[in-house]
Design a protein around this ligand. Structure first.
Ligand code: AMP
Ligand code: TRP
Length: 327
């Protein structure tokens, strides 16, 4: 049997180029390698930890499903489902919380960032977020987890918990490994010290931005002093970020791009980059599945996911000496 690979994206609004290069593009390449049995889900339970409108939630869930398909995730090859449809992960979250010291969760960088970004909405879900993520992974016996580098700390916790549970209750879980995308961190266009994120919309290239918006955002992207097109993260962080984006989308090495633009200015480089971005994101504009089709895909994925989690929960409960649900 092929090893299992799992990952999820939260339905929290529009997806951006960071999600594409740090996650989606990698998901598709891994799926198409044929080496894994892939599960890709929509992390709707995770998304409740930040302020949201219930009216928008369903649309946001379908928008992630739409982006999965537009990026090239194929429901014939991968299981696509919604996290809350298989709520066993929340049950396992509780179990994992009983072997987690609180200090392990309070020190998480993402928790600190999110708490700082919205001090009026610091909730327990933000604290226990990595436990639900660990449960998502361990419940599916996943060996591989493709994510951007902002999730590595959470993945390390999932590994620690798998080990701890196995030591205490007998071998039950696989210790998952991260698979990092080549561009594991896309930086904001107007502040290359920060990662691209929807909380900084002006520096964010959204996958459904119009051609005009893309052109305009790239033209006004922060570049550094000097005029040479040269990759130098320390002295030219803005330009280096643009070069990585260009390289990853065009599948041309950075060195080749440096040669191509030798002696040329930022203007020409940016115009070409904007064209590359527009071209790469075309499928996100063209594809438009009906909600009924998206729902049918999600339901069929859910049935496959459900089989896996019901069997795994049985195994976990028996390890803990808990009664099985009968009837
Ligand atoms: P989220 O929308 O927070 O659920 O993130 C979905 C995926 O996108 C995760 O695998 C993140 O690691 C990845 N991701 C988010 N922002 C960035 C970024 N700026 N650069 C690279 N990857 C990112
Ligand atoms: N926490 C991830 C993020 O913010 C989303 C996520 C939830 C996830 N559960 C997961 C990713 C399990 C990989 C595996 O991006």
């Amino acid at each position: 049997m092929k090893p299992i690979l799992i990952s999820g994206i939260q339905p929290t609004g529009r997806l951006h180029l960071g999600n594409y290069l740090g996650a989606l593009k990698n998901f598709v390449e891994l799926q198409n390698s044929g080496k894994y049995q892939c599960y890709f889900f929509i992390a709707d339970y995770h998304s409740l930890t930040i302020d949201f409108s219930p009216k928008q939630k369903e649309k946001e869930i379908l928008a992630v499903a739409q982006s999965y398909l537009a990026a090239g995730i194929d429901p014939k090859k991968s299981v696509i489902f919604v996290q809350s449809q298989a709520p066993e992960s929340t049950e396992l979250t509780w179990i994992l919380s009983t072997i987690t010291p609180p200090g392990e969760l309070n020190r998480m960088t993402q928790f600190k960032d999110k708490a700082q970004n919205d001090p009026n909405n610091i909730n327990m879900g933000l604290v226990t977020y990595p436990l639900l993520m660990a449960a998502d992974i361990l419940l599916y016996d996943a060996k591989f987890v493709p994510v951007g580098d902002d999730q590595l700390q959470h993945l390390e916790l999932a590994r620690t918990l798998a080990r701890k549970f196995n030591n205490k209750f007998g071998k039950t879980f696989i210790e998952p490994q991260a698979i990092l995308a080549k561009t594991a961190r896309v930086m904001s266009l107007d502040n290359p010290q920060k990662k691209m994120s929807k909380t900084l919309p002006s520096g964010c290239l959204f996958l459904d931005d119009s051609e005009k918006e893309i052109m305009q955002k790239i033209k006004s992207a922060v570049t550094d002093s000097g005029s040479e097109i040269k990759y130098d993260e320390k002295n030219k962080p803005g330009l280096s970020n643009l070069l990585s984006i260009y390289s990853e989308l065009s599948e041309r090495p950075v060195m080749e791009l440096e040669k191509k633009y030798y002696g040329k200015g930022y203007g020409e480089f940016k115009t070409d980059l904007a064209k590359v971005v527009v071209n790469s994101l075309k499928s996100f504009h063209i594809l438009n599945h009906q909600p009924s089709i998206l729902n049918a895909i999600l339901n069929s994925g859910f049935k496959k996911a459900k089989k896996q989690v019901v069997a795994k929960m049985k195994e976990i409960k028996s390890k803990l000496g808990l009664p099985q649900v009968s009837g």
